[in-house]
Design a binder for this molecule. Sequence first.
Ligand code: AGP
Length: 609
Amino acid sequence: MCGIVGYVGHRPALPILLEGLHRLEYRGYDSAGIALVGSRGIETFKRSGRVRDLESILPAARARIRRATTGIAHTRWATHGAPSDRNAHPHLDRHGRIAIVHNGIIENAAALRARLALDGVEFASETDSEVLAHLIAAMPAGRLVDAVRAALQLVTGAYGLAVMDAERPDTLVVARNGSPVVLGIGEREMFAASDTAALVRHTSQVVHLDDGELAELRADGYETSTLEGGPTVKTPLTVTWAAEALDKGSYGHFMRKEIDEQPDAVRRTLTGRLDHRFHTSRLGGLELDPRALLEIRRVKILGCGSAWIAGTIGAHLIEQLARIPAHAEPASEFRYRNPVIEPDCLYIAVSQSGETFDTLAAVQEVTRKGGQVLGIVNVVGSSIARACGRGIYVHAGPEVSVVSTKAMTCTATAFALLALHLGRIRDLAPTEGQRLVAALEALPGQIASILADEPAIAAIAQTFAGVSNAYFVGRARGYPVALEGALKLKEVSYLHAEAYPASELKHGPLALIEAATPTVVVLPRDALFAKNLSTIEEIHARQGPVVVVTHPGPLPIAVAGRIDVPQSAPELDPILLNVPLQLLAYHVALAKGRDVDRPRNLAKSVTVE
Ligand code: AGP
């Protein structure tokens, strides 16, 4: 949730760390801090608020610290201790020799604090993280990496950690257990970060640490080892993201930019994966041959938030096209209920970041029990992608906005490719495959035409800005569209929005409908069109205003608002019906003056439990 950046090399560390913090601010943004090691030992600067607030306290010290070539930095999303200057990272030991920045939660922090207090340590913050600085400082003198290793052997919990020692200004040590750490390899310089986004401006060569691994970084290279002390061998990966993809360009918000990027992003998801000869899809990363795929009797999809909802769209696609029973469940629920793992079930972990703790834990639970799991993931080389070892990369490009848009659309598209593949191995006829391949190819252009309708969607958004509640309903494959529409709206505009299956309305939620409560009805022109019209009648009978997301053509009922999307193959309709609801949420947020790219209380990737 928080962001870490570290640098050791030949250039001034300060601008590199600040730039990295700006890149990572989307991960957590309640306080930020920097520590640099120079001739006067370690100097720290920290501030609650945004990175720009931290920058405002630097000018006085800039001349003094500008030559420091080693440093660590942090942007925080508070877990232990309120957001404040004193709780901001980096934290120091009592002599100011060791500085640390930490992501994750130290579970035995209370016991460690009590033990350190007996040795006379006075704590400067309420955080669990501070114990790490004192513990490392208390270890026998020697190599910093050995002191960190010895301290971590006393720690239970999750960490992504970067450590600096005033007495060894040419060295940084980083460690990982449950919270990502990536090394960046430069020319006579090394970088470390919790997220590749902070590195791509400087290098395309990265190394992902595994859980239980440490690394010692110097300007001329790095060494990795395990918590037990054995050396490890790592193979660097090449990152293909262009640094510009992480800039807002001429857009006011990353969310709006990423909504606009969807035609190109979906094109990337599809590139090289459509097979016109056999009317199917080619998915090399599955590493399951047709015989193994034929043996699958059930599909279970696991993810959180929008990734889970994309999985719900995926479950419908797999059931419809491949006739395999499929179901999506929040990964966070699955992992806690001692799930039954079936040998003929295919488990699919879905994640944009590839770092969501609950989803990673669900993958580990499935593999521990001998289940077969594959990943549908956006970030190449991320923890979930590596834990699954096979699957489909979504190729949406970097998603910076906390509110997921293009990754959701591309993930749903990746599910369509998988469903087509599974279907064509089974009973889906070639003509049906042909119909779907054509429909998939049409998606980018159709999304572009929806985006062109923005002014009409923005006008409807104005009518939502003044209400206190909104409902979203959809049937069957329309229900995940309603779920995602409500999630987007509440995340970015803080308007209370709930989604229900349309068929459930009369079993309770109808009691909430009144003249001041708009309902968005997902109304594709499919076999359930008439049923959805009856739902609208029920809402109208309670004076509820209705906005429909539908396909072109006459509507037998007058509605308060109407958004049209082009018709696709019915199975793919959810992908298109979802897009205008992203724009709706964006414009409601703008009308309500919300901080679109930094919604309150949220972080881009939830790497804690
Ligand atoms: C989506 O808008 C959210 N911010 C959130 O629900 C997100 O989808 C969820 O936390 C899962 O993230 P992941 O895809 O990176 O695993």
